[in-house]
Design a protein around this ligand. Structure first.
Ligand code: DGT
Ligand code: CA
Ligand code: CA
Ligand code: ZN
Length: 585
């Protein structure tokens, strides 16, 4: 039994434990073990005679080592066998559908013996689900839509997952002597919000054939590989345990720029670029930019050299979608795109007062550690009952607390971090805000967001949001379309009308940087700029480490051609920021 299989079995056990409502701590220990096993370069099956070596792996304790010994010896282990007398492995896929948590999965199994997606779809269509507790018509409709979306999307991966896998694989490849750089190309480098497969370019002193052959051998035997798909002279393709495909190409340094340019794409950008080359008597391939008449190499080592030889300024990867970037590059009209370093503040995050994990102080200090000068704490309002949302009274106590922490930290860190008091107030079904105007009047930052009744007809949803931004207390419209990447489509809304009115009112629109949301998306962000909207980018962090999600947001802003001047969060201080927001009534 290889490591990938061991990891898969441990991970499945974790999910089955979840369905079984087991202790979260125990569930996590199986997850962590699966990840650790997946990373090992030595096959664990060769170590089981020496369990001490298993214990040396971080994340593997005594019990887990015994499990692994058992798995290798028998192909299964007692806990897994026990869980599989109660449940089926296909139930794990059900957890990926919207509304299907571990409890619901357990319920449809015990009530209807439904254990897979086809069965669930049939049960939903036959109306059987409506007889179960908390699963009415609405749930059924939403679920059927979810199944349809799932089937459509299941071959793509969210950018943050793709990024994490790219990092893991790169770390393993880098262990091979002589590897110089590993660069993700393709859609990941262009910063798309989802990725079909990973394209990794590897270079080193790989000019000599035997070195390349050895490096190919190294890549083709990486411990993470589930199925090896193809293996050529300088290319290895494989899939991971989660079905993500990875294409690795190994190249001599001399053609690195040409290869990076080619494999970054997009296809449409490359087609346009090649046409430009041909007009100049040149030909562009993954190896080099050549002069047609004598095959002389014009450029190959760097992308800059290739673009410049085609009379173009360097085009950042995020813009390479054939959306006007070649024309702009030809006339020195490319925008100076925003970078992470331009961001000075983050205006949307949650604490343990509602559904966040950490305290006000922890969030503020984590923001300071990331070089931010100000944040806004914006917990949920009461309509989101499952988050323990704040009512008027609690919201006022909470902002009192925020101001105290702000004062303390202001002393302690000599003004280097300011904490603004805010709220993410729910937009109710008819467009009213969930808290009283008198409470909202006390807040520095009022973000209004839709978190419920996504199913309204387009006119009703549009009116609802328009009404919410007409409220003079609303300063920011949070995640304006409600979409969730790969799991929930945007609600029906006339986004154009909303953006136009927001611009008139001076209400800022948010780009929610959480990779699960990426809302507004790149196209709508471009539209927002055209309408003259004020734009903010916020992480919506629910724990300190999620403040790092800002970088995913920046990528989407860059894809939308935005510059530092287009964003409110580039204001140097909290005071400067507040002057840019809609004035308080
Ligand atoms: P994905 O994987 O669907 O998220 O999107 P990409 O853009 O990563 O596409 P992929 O993986 O098929 O190819 C990576 C890059 O390689 C692509 O952006 C451009 C280049 N490329 C691959 N195959 C072709 C091709 O047949 N023609 C051209 N012009 N470029 C190609
Ligand atoms: Ca790709
Ligand atoms: Ca590919
Ligand atoms: Zn929200």
């Amino acid at each position: 039994m290889d490591n990938i299989t061991i990891a898969r079995l441990l991970d499945e056990t974790a999910a089955l434990l979840e369905i079984d409502a087991a202790d979260p701590f125990r569930i996590r220990s199986y997850r962590r073990a699966a990840e650790a096993v997946e990373q090992q370069t030595t096959q664990l099956s060769t170590l089981v005679a020496e369990p001490k070596q298993l214990l040396a792996i971080p994340g593997i304790g005594k019990g887990m080592a015994a499990n692994i010994v058992e798995l290798v010896a028998t192909g299964t282990m007692p806990l897994r066998t026990e869980l599989l007398t109660k449940y089926k492995p296909t139930m794990l896929e059900l957890l990926r559908l919207p509304g299907m948590g571990p409890k619901t999965v357990a319920l449809v199994w015990s009530a209807l013996q439904v254990a897979d997606i086809d069965g669930l779809e049939a049960a939903a269509k036959a109306g059987h689900l409506t007889k179960l507790p908390r699963m009415g018509e609405k749930f059924t409709t939403k679920l059927l839509k979810g199944i349809e979306d799932y089937r459509k999307n299941s071959s793509r991966f969210r950018v943050d997952q793709a990024h994490d896998h790219a990092e893991k694989i790169s770390a393993l490849i880098r262990a091979f002597p002589g590897i110089e750089t590993i660069t993700p190309a393709g859609s990941l480098r262009r910063g798309r919000e989802t990725v079909g497969d990973l394209d990794l370019l590897v270079t080193g002193p790989a000019c000599e054939p035997d070195v390349v052959a050895a490096a190919v051998e190294h890549v083709a035997t990486l411990p993470l590989i589930d199925k090896l798909l193809a293996r050529g002279q300088n290319k290895v393709s494989f899939t991971l345990r989660n079905n993500l495909q990875v294409d690795v190409r190994l190249l001599p340094r001399a053609s690195y720029g040409a290869a990076l340019q080619y494999f970054t794409g997009s296809k449409m950008h490359n087609v346009a670029l090649r046409q430009r080359a041909i007009k100049r008597g040149l030909t562009l391939s993954e190896y080099a930019l050549l002069r047609l008449e004598d095959n002389k190499i014009i450029a190959s080592e760097s992308e800059e050299a290739i673009y410049n030889a085609l009379d173009l300024d360097y085009i950042p990867p995020e813009l390479r979608e054939n959306g006007g970037e070649l024309e702009a590059a030809a006339t020195h009209a490319l925008p100076q795109l925003i970078t992470l370093a331009d961001i000075r503040g983050d205006l949307h995050m949650h604490t343990d007062a509602t559904d966040g994990r950490d305290t006000i102080r922890q969030m503020a200090e984590a923001a300071l550690a990331r070089g931010l000068a100000y944040i806004a704490i914006t917990d949920h309002s009461k309509n989101l009952a499952m988050t323990n949302g704040l009512d008027d009274a609690r919201a006022l106590v909470h902002i009192q607390r925020i101001r105290e922490v702000d004062a303390e930290l202001n002393d302690k860190y000599e003004g280097r971090i300011r904490v603004l008091a805010g709220i993410e107030v729910d937009i109710l079904a008819e467009g009213q805000l969930d808290l009283d105007d008198s409470a909202l009047a006390q807040m520095d930052i009022v973000i209004a967001s839709v978190h419920s009744r996504f199913d309204q007809p387009i006119e009703q949803m549009t009116d609802r949001i328009l009404r919410a931004i007409e409220n003079p207390h609303t300063r920011i419209l949070g995640h304006p379309t409600g979409r969730k990447v790969l799991s929930r489509e945007a609600y029906a809304v006339h986004i154009d009308q909303i953006l136009k009115r927001a611009a008139e009112l001076g209400v800022a629109v948010e780009h929610n940087a959480s990779p699960a949301r990426a809302d507004l998306n790149d196209l709508n962000l471009r539209l927002a700029k055209q309408h003259g909207c004020r734009i903010t980018v916020n992480t919506d962090a629910h724990a300190t480490e999620e403040l790092d999600q800002m970088r995913y947001g920046i990528t989407q802003l860059r894809r939308a051609w935005l510059t530092p001047a287009d964003l409110l969060n580039t204001q140097p201080t909290a005071a400067a920021l507040l002057t840019q927001l809609r004035p308080k009534p």
